[in-house]
Design a protein around this ligand. Structure first.
Ligand code: ADP
Length: 428
């Protein structure tokens, strides 16, 4: 079982590793420590297994005894027991020690097994030299494994910092923004001259834009912190997508683009949160508009997928736009990621290549996965002149299968109708 307190404590106390009397055991010692952090963080013992396997192969090759090898985890276990026992409060401390036991038991067993297997292999090996070289390579692998584990932890820390930033910034900015909005509303109601009215309308638009970015940031932090709740009801996606298409009419006309749909009316009702799905399709259609040149085409196609145990629906949104390079296809779903150089982007919500903060697709992915679905992007590549196009495929289970940690409320048909009415009144 993962124990985040233990992982954090181990990470903060790498100084306690100290030096080993037997210097040649040192890489094993360090890599083992990293693998224990990994096991405490994720509950996964794969790294511990490969570290032990490498150390055993090395020990066999250089003729070190099994008991000398076992001294390393034994020594580490004792040291951890002592330090946690004296430095950590009893309540988390006990849980931490309790979490350490199965990890060390596993390591001891795996060490014995790997050593015996290695000894058997070495016995049958023709040349000692081969096994010595092999052991050198294994030792390097162990060092790399420790480095990768450290880098992974750093990445996880940075990702957490992003989540914290989003949540704090959005909450802190929301209050002053509401204040500005309030004052602008008062100004609107006053008898002001046309010139001032133009200015207040400009402020209004700016406030609205910031507000929508803040809403996106709040959604992302709710998704990251697993605080999102879905209001589920069996929904006809074609009604929802048609609404999105109607709402995009202005932008499509401005960009002289066409949009069409096929196969949507045949889809079965899907148990989803209608407001959240509206948000998803609105984002994907807006992106298709933004990243497709004037005069381009957008197609939304629906299919039923039956080749799995649970029936799913698939919605494909394809465009005739700039496309996405292979290296960006996964990364565009990360928060704050914008493909290509920012110099290539213009500003504006529906303008060609209009830059946004890079949150839209991260929210799309979070919302679809919260429903137990998947989203992926496909494209022959990025080409600003030949327009190879992109294809976004969303798959959703027909019967709700929300992701772990996502709260669910079932709503009735009247409530769903009210939500749809509210969405219908929404301007773009
Ligand atoms: P942004 O706010 O920058 O539009 P998104 O998260 O919506 O952020 O998209 C991330 C990046 O993915 C965009 O900057 C763009 O480079 C790329 N992208 C999204 N949709 C498309 C599309 N339909 N065609 C080409 N590129 C796209």
């Amino acid at each position: 079982m993962p124990n985040p307190d233990l992982a954090q404590w181990l990470q903060d106390h790498t100084d306690m590793l100290g030096r080993l009397e037997d210097e040649s055991n040192s890489p094993f010692h360090t890599a083992l420590y990293e693998s224990i952090i990994e096991a405490a963080r994720t509950g996964n013992l794969r790294m511990a297994d490969s570290v032990v396997e490498s150390a055993a192969a090395h020990a066999v090759a250089v003729g070190r005894s099994l008991s000398a090898l076992l001294r390393v985890p034994h020594h580490l276990r004792q040291r951890l027991w002592e330090r946690i026992g004296t430095e950590v409060d009893p309540e988390p401390g006990f849980e931490m020690l309790y979490a350490l036991n199965p990890i060390f038991d596993h390591i001891a067993h795996a060490t014995i097994e790997s050593y015996q297997a290695g000894a058997h292999l070495a016995h049958t090996a023709q040349s000692v030299e081969i096994s010595r070289r092999y052991s050198e390579a294994e030792e390097k692998v162990m060092q790399y494994a420790a480095e990768v584990a450290r880098a992974n932890r750093e990445l996880a820390r940075l990702d957490q910092a992003k989540t914290d930033f989003i949540s704090i910034a959005a909450h802190e900015l929301k209050t002053p923004l509401t204040l500005i909005q309030g004052y602008v509303n008062i100004l609107h109601e006053l008898d002001i001259d046309p010139q001032t009215r133009t200015l207040t309308t400009g402020i209004d638009r700016g406030v609205e834009r910031i507000n929508s970015i803040l809403e996106d940031m709040l959604d992302l932090s709710a998704l990251d912190l697993k605080k999102l709740r879905l209001a589920l009801h069996p929904t006809h996606l074609h009604r929802l997508i048609e609404l999105v298409m109607v709402q995009a009419e202005c932008a499509l006309a401005e960009r002289r683009q066409t949009i069409s749909a096929e196969g949507l009316a045949d889809l079965p009702p899907v148990e989803v949160d209608v407001s959240r799905l509206h948000q998803v399709f609105k984002q994907l259609v807006n992106n298709a508009i933004k990243y497709t040149p004037d005069g381009g085409q957008i197609l939304i196609a629906g299919q039923v997928v039956t080749d799995r145990p649970h029936r799913r629906v698939r919605i494909i949104i394809s465009d005739t736009g700039v496309g996405i390079s292979p290296e960006d296809r996964e990364k565009i779903f990360e928060k704050f990621y914008r493909a290509g150089s920012s110099a290539l982007h213009s500003t504006g919500k529906t303008k060609f290549m209009g830059a946004g903060p890079g949150l839209g697709l991260a929210i799309v992915k979070g919302l679809i996965e919260a429903h137990g679905g998947t989203v992926r992007a496909e494209s022959p590549g990025f080409d600003r002149f030949n327009y190879p196009g992109s294809k976004f495929t969303v798959e959703l289970p027909v019967k709700a299968t929300p992701a772990p940690g996502i709260g669910v409320d079932w709503i009735g048909p009247e409530q769903e109708q009210k939500l749809i009415q509210r969405l219908t009144g929404e301007s773009d």
